[in-house]
Design a protein around this ligand. Structure first.
Ligand code: SF4
Length: 333
């Protein structure tokens, strides 16, 4: 229950006036540059080519984004064999294995790559390491689409590891020829711990700590970490398959604060709010900002609130669209 303040009115008779619940909005939150770019690619293709535009896997891990694009003519498929010959197909922000690109080319599909440039950077690092004869130790979660794509860069030379404990069991062909990389959307602290375990076991291993974690993931984690001590409850807007959103929930729970991942305002359980005088509301990088606004509106509908934005970092990152979708600039003559 939100706290109440006892006051007296002008006649001197006591009445109860609710004290506003504090709603902290850590910033940054919601869309990152890679997600905005991926969505814009599908939107532009729908405008230019008209529907259907096929998209392999969810363009980003958010049910609202997918439903919105579906309503406008995007068709989401799991594999390329669901895409008709000669059709237009978009590869999602999580990236694809080179074998998928080759399959699309062999089929004559018109493929547009919406892979986030920061995922593509990890693919390039994996290729460089494998070309140099290294085994790639990829820190990541098995089955996540980004991990499937990155492993696919050098499938015969990549070993997946998902915890510091698992490092002890790793079997590698040559401890002197190792490079470690990571999924872009993991917890910074978790990757640092795994990297430290790798360096301890394999002193010659090459790698850069948690550097592969993207700016958006680390910024959203830092923004939540900066407010979590003040919060009685943390609500993270995001879909269940969103890696970076789940890491925000874990971060809050690790700090001892109850936290819930919610698809949207409709998923809030009023029981969570009973003892919550201060609620932090954030969103993973694939969740639209309007969903956070709707959560704040729902909280306001339950009683007075005071909304306070806490800016940890201002993000200015932008990524160019693929060349074919960039607006043409007018010729100077
Ligand atoms: S979360 Fe990071 S890696 Fe994923 S799309 Fe956004 S910027 Fe790119």
């Amino acid at each position: 229950m939100a706290p109440e303040l006892r006051q007296e009115d002008h006649l001197g008779s006591p009445h109860l006036t609710p004290v506003p619940r504090r709603v902290l909005l850590p910033a940054p939150r919601s869309f990152c540059a890679g997600v905005e770019r991926a969505i814009e690619i599908v939107e532009r293709l729908l405008e230019v080519h008209g529907p259907p535009v096929y998209v392999r896997n969810q363009i980003v891990h958010n049910a609202h984004v997918v439903a919105d694009l579906e309503a406008r003519g995007a068709v989401f498929v799991g594999e390329l064999d669901e895409v008709p010959d000669d059709a237009l197909v978009v590869f999602s922000a999580h990236g694809v294995a080179p074998a998928v690109e080759r399959e699309a080319a062999a089929r004559g599909l018109d493929a547009v790559d919406a892979t986030c440039p920061l995922v593509a950077k990890v693919h390039a690092e994996a290729k460089r390491a494998a070309d140099n004869g290294d085994t790639v130790i990829l820190i990541g979660h098995e089955g996540h689409e980004e991990v499937v794509g990155t492993v696919g860069v050098a499938p015969d030379r990549t070993i997946l590891v998902d915890s510091a404990d698992a490092v002890a069991d790793l079997r590698v062909p040559d401890p002197a020829k190792l490079t470690y990389l990571s999924q872009t959307t993991l917890a910074v602290a978790e990757v640092e711990a795994i990297a430290a375990a790798l360096q301890q076991r394999f002193p010659a291993i090459k790698g850069q700590g948690a550097e592969d974690i993207c700016y958006a993931t680390s910024n959203r984690q830092a923004a939540v970490a900066a407010v979590v001590a003040e919060a009685d409850l943390v609500l993270v807007v995001g879909s269940a398959n969103s890696s970076n959103s789940n890491r925000l929930v874990e971060l809050a729970r690790t700090a001892g604060v109850p936290a819930h991942l919610i698809e949207d305002a409709g998923a809030i359980d009023p029981a969570w709010l009973q003892e919550a005088e201060t609620v932090a509301v954030t969103a993973g990088a694939s969740a639209p900002p309007r969903l956070v606004d709707e959560v704040v509106q729902s909280l306001a509908a339950l009683g007075p609130i005071e909304v306070i934005e806490r800016v940890h970092t201002r993000e200015t990152q932008e990524f160019l669209l693929p060349q074919r979708l960039r607006p043409r600039t007018a010729h100077p003559n």
